[in-house]
Design a protein around this ligand. Structure first.
Ligand code: PMP
Length: 288
């Protein structure tokens, strides 16, 4: 396997970074998770834009232009002869000293890993997933905005551990006011009386690219789509619930905190959106 590291394609065993890299010492950096389907990189420009936005807020300079980064992603996919893949782009502050001052880090580290995608088991897509709310709240935007897709995922990891301890795969994270924000690596939607509802970004969540795609698909299917503040009560009484993310795609949710959602099986609107999403992944994207 070849890894793109600072402008070169190197073997996996040689793809190493300094122990002084602030990505490691402080989680100082940003990343993107992207997918390729049948030699098309899905939503590549949107992912590159989001990476640059996260980096801009952190005053971290991405060492390539947007178009050169797109080319580097494709170069890495081709080097590994992958037609379906999960792609991880990472930009760290680079090596510095043991202090946290980013001014001591002169050269950012750029890494592109392309690998085969590891999915949830098929039964989760067929039968739906059970999820729970967890005690760890989503970071408040005033402290660390969840819109920054940074290398510091401890907030999400704590919630993931709580989900695992509760015997489920995913956690619903609430914001500091107790409103539904998102899951540890996915956005959350409900369907209520035919309308597709999801929390607005100001609640404190990452505006997922799959989230945006699903909202566009629903509008094209003439479904009403609304960003609204949601409570746990709204989730419990929804007709359908599902999660969205680049790796997971669209995952039906059938149980929240022990309450069955709707009929307790994956819903019709969820299935329709999953079909539309899969069709889009086959026709959309940057070809290579
Ligand atoms: N929320 C969080 C916290 C995430 O890390 C991710 C992606 N990994 C998402 C939502 C989904 O975003 P996207 O659809 O862009 O993958």
């Amino acid at each position: 396997m070849k890894i793109y590291l600072n402008g070169k394609l190197v073997d996996r065993a040689r793809a190493t970074v300094s122990v002084f890299d602030h990505g490691l010492l402080y989680g100082d950096g940003v990343f993107e998770g992207i997918r390729a389907y049948r030699r098309r990189v899905f939503k590549l420009p949107a992912h590159v834009d989001r990476l640059f936005e996260s980096a801009h807020t952190l005053m971290l300079k991405v060492p390539l232009t947007k178009s050169a980064l797109q080319r580097a992603v494709i170069q890495t996919l081709k080097a590994n002869r992958l037609s379906d893949a999960y792609i991880r782009v990472v930009v760290t502050r680079g090596p510095g000293d043991l202090g946290l001052d980013p001014r001591k880090c002169s050269t950012p580290t750029l890494i592109i890993i392309t690998d085969r995608i590891v999915l949830y088991p098929e039964r989760i897509y067929r039968d739906g997933m059970a999820i729970v709310t967890v005690p760890t709240q989503r970071n408040i935007p005033e402290a660390l905005n969840p819109q920054i897709k940074s290398l510091n995922y401890l907030n999400n990891i704590l919630a993931k551990i709580e989900a695992t301890n509760a015997g489920v795969e995913e956690a619903i994270m609430l914001n500091a006011q107790g409103y539904v924000a998102e899951c540890t690596g996915d956005n959350l939607f409900i369907v209520t009386r035919g309308a597709l509802l999801t929390p607005p970004p100001y609640i404190g969540l990452l505006r997922g690219i799959t989230r945006d795609t699903v909202m566009d698909l629903a509008r094209a299917l003439r479904m009403p789509v609304r960003e609204v503040v949601l409570t746990r009560h709204d989730l419990f009484n929804a007709d359908e619930c599902f999660l969205t993310g680049t790796a997971a795609e669209i995952v039906p949710v059938v149980r929240v905190d022990g309450r069955p959602i709707g009929a307790g099986v994956p819903g019709r609107a969820t299935a329709t959106l999953r079909d539309a999403f899969h069709r889009l992944t086959r026709t959309d994207g940057v070809r290579y």
